[in-house]
Design a protein around this ligand. Structure first.
Ligand code: 5GP
Length: 256
């Protein structure tokens, strides 16, 4: 089926969700589009969609192996993966190990300062409002998630952080901070919280352990150059760079 004939369920800044081949599934299509600062900065990172599809596939598979429930089913082609349809919880969970980004501005902490312990923050997922930071009180009072949902989300996020810190350390990268999204999945009348969205250099800060060089979307946000190269290098270190290498990075734009 051509892409144009599939029902488009949702289009976000970096991905499109299409109706899946069977009930309860969706096809997640990764675009090369990049945005920053609440959509004020827009651009294209050539090959990003292909690389994020691979990187997220790899990380979600490794997480599933340690028992983290995720929406990921399988990669379909260069830019698409099959995922389970979940009800997205409109709360972004931010995990921080080292000071960077908005944290440094809010508290005037120097970028790169190790944090005394891992810090968990939340944002309300709402583009029109610019994803404002919120507390557990807002989340539960406004009914975005229950206390139990939130407990599950934090517990999973901290396990994911422990595991990913080690995984990235193994390939010479420091996991500075990242953002996760979760969804509700119903199976046999039971609801469980599962990891959704993606894990990629779009939503993680990754620094080279030796040089502290930024290997993530901050290169785009801050016009540091070598943006494509950074995404490729992360994929290469994880062993998921498409076989033909950078020449094959753009990949087909339509479904095969
Ligand atoms: P900060 O609050 O410093 O901007 O972001 C903290 C971490 O969460 C960073 O790794 C950043 O990439 C990620 N993050 C926060 N909000 C978003 C968002 O709306 N989209 C994406 N892709 N990542 C986000």
């Amino acid at each position: 089926m051509s892409r144009s004939r599939r029902r488009r369920i949702y289009e976000g800044k970096a991905k499109i969700l299409f109706e899946g081949p069977e009930p309860g599934t969706l096809v997640q299509y990764f675009k090369d589009d990049a945005t920053a600062f609440n959509n004020q900065k827009k651009g294209t990172i050539t090959g990003k969609g292909v690389l994020n599809n691979r990187i997220s596939e790899f990380l979600m598979e490794r997480l599933a192996e340690i028992g983290i429930p995720t929406h990921f089913v399988r990669r379909l082609n260069m830019r698409e993966q099959l995922v389970k349809e979940v009800e997205i919880i409109p709360v972004e969970v931010m995990i921080r190990n080292v000071a960077a980004g908005t944290l440094t501005k809010r508290f005037n902490i120097e970028e790169g300062t190790p944090l005394p312990r891992t810090i968990v923050e939340y944002a309300y997922k709402n583009d029109a409002l610019g994803d404002p930071q919120v507390s557990e009180e807002h989340i539960t009072a406004f009914g975005w998630a229950t206390t139990q949902d939130l407990d599950d989300m934090v517990h999973l996020s901290l396990r994911i952080n422990d595991f990913l810190q080690g995984l990235f350390r193994g390939v010479g990268l420091k996991l500075v901070d990242f953002k996760l999204e979760f969804g509700r999945l119903w199976e046999n009348e039971e609801m469980k919280i599962v990891l959704a969205d993606e894990i990629s250099p779009d939503c993680c800060r990754l620094w080279d352990i030796k040089t502290n060089e930024k290997m993530d979307k901050d290169r785009f946000r801050r016009d540091l150059g070598k943006v494509e190269e950074a995404y490729q290098e992360v994929a290469r270190r994880l062993g998921v760079l498409p076989e033909a290498g950078p020449v094959d990075i753009e990949g087909p734009k339509s479904m095969q």
